[in-house]
Ligand binder design. Structure first.
Ligand SMILES: [Zn+2]
Length: 411
């Protein structure tokens, strides 16, 4: 079987070029969805895609599609890509690496004068991070019909600016919303955003599953009071509930290992004053697990334990679920092709469960889908220090190239 290689130095140059858009002092990027920085990245992406003789369009939620037409354009296309936005003070590879590696695949096919049977469609998704507009994975939610276009366009940022208005302002409010054509296969390439591949000295992660997620907003209500005058035995202190709850959430994570994740990441204290006993505390709880049953057990355990904690400290309790994603299994046939391709290329590889949400998770609802991971240094992501080596970048892009050639030649 013949194996094809991408041009690693060209990909490296693009990664550097795109890292200029929203560049931060410590070498990361702040490139939130539909900002001027996002527009700069989009403009260059469109320009480079056109230079590769792609047909470029964007839909009404600003997802950009670049099509390299196949010999038989009537066949369902193979789709690849990732997102162009970042977290605030985020990394310069999260998302954009999958977009630029896809672009490199198209350029490599041109260099090697390969026209596949099927059209290849490269996508840059809008607002995957969810840091400016919630929910995350917003562009792919609209494309897959999980969120209506109208709802998505009306989402506002903290300054009450609508996404729809921002897309018009930066020139990326196009036409069309839900996907109205069949897709043969979807492959998303992404950095791992965790430490496992690097620790185990693997070049490629073959993503078999994505974790389910349950998020909550919990509120304990108590009685605010003077820190100097209310004796200890007469207090109702909301922060005592929080202290117990944080330990409990952490324990629930350990009790459902391996593969459980349990996090309290955000806390709001009212009134948040050093000489006032806290009258109310609201905090986030986030559970992830690849097993739906285990996630359900974590949910039950959380509810039981919070009730006990509330009673112990004489607090009112409100539990509001905010996110509920079922765990998912990626397409077995595609996963096998990715695994085989990495094998043929001689890359050390490992089957992985994605702990993060990705656009590919939504795409898997409408088309056979798989993901490829590459390592990132020390597992650091959503951080300006996020980094990868050229060797890893090249391995991921070569796996993507050969996987796509195979899929796009299936008739
Ligand atoms: Zn990402």
């Amino acid at each position: 079987m013949s194996l094809f290689k991408i041009n690693s130095s060209r990909l490296e140059q693009w990664l550097q070029d795109f890292a200029q858009f929203g560049k931060t002092a410590k070498g990361g990027v702040t490139r939130l969805a539909a900002t001027n920085e996002d527009q700069q990245a989009r403009d260059l992406f469109v320009q480079l895609a056109k230079l590769a003789n792609c047909e470029v369009r964007f839909d009404a939620i600003g997802n950009i599609f670049a099509r390299k037409i196949g010999k038989n354009p009537k066949l369902a296309p193979v789709l690849t890509g990732s997102h162009g936005d970042s977290q605030p003070q985020g990394g310069r590879f999260d998302g954009i690496y999958g977009v630029l590696a896809g672009l490199e695949v198209l350029y490599s096919l041109n260099d090697q004068q390969i026209q596949t049977e099927r059209t290849i469609e490269l996508v840059m998704w809008t607002n995957e991070e969810g840091s400016r507009f919630t929910p995350s994975m917003l562009g792919s939610s609209v494309f897959t019909g999980l969120l209506s276009l109208e709802d998505a366009l009306n989402k506002t940022d903290v300054q009450e600016i609508k996404l729809g208005d921002e897309l018009k302002r930066i020139g990326y409010a196009g036409n069309g919303d839900k996907c109205d054509y069949p897709i043969h296969a979807v492959i998303e390439l992404h950095i791992e955003q965790g430490p496992i591949l690097e620790q185990e000295n693997k070049l490629v992660g073959v993503v078999t599953h994505a974790m389910g997620q349950k998020w909550y907003e919990i509120t304990f209500g108590a009685m605010a009071g003077h820190a100097g005058t209310v004796p200890m035995n007469l207090r109702r202190d909301a922060l005592l509930g929080l202290a117990d709850a944080i330990i409990t959430v952490n324990n629930i994570g350990y009790q459902h290992n391996p593969n459980a994740r349990a996090t309290v990441g955000r806390v709001q204290v009212i009134p948040n004053s050093s000489n006032v006993i806290a009258g109310q505390v609201t905090f986030s709880v986030e559970f992830r697990h690849p097993s739906a049953q285990m996630l359900e057990n974590m949910n039950d355990s959380l509810r039981n334990q919070l009730n006990i904690i509330g009673n112990k400290h004489n607090l009112t309790l409100d539990i509001k679920p905010t996110v509920d994603f079922a765990p998912l299994t990626f397409d077995e046939r595609l996963v096998n092709i990715v695994r085989q391709t990495a094998n043929n290329l001689g890359y050390a590889q490992k089957d992985m469960v994605s702990g993060a949400g990705h656009d590919a998770c939504h795409l898997s609802k409408i088309a056979p889908t798989a993901m490829i991971f590459i390592p990132c240094i020390d597992g650091i992501s959503h951080n300006e220090l996020e980094n990868i080596t050229q060797n890893w970048s090249e391995a991921g892009a070569n796996t993507l190239l050969n996987t796509i050639i195979q899929l796009a030649n299936e008739v």
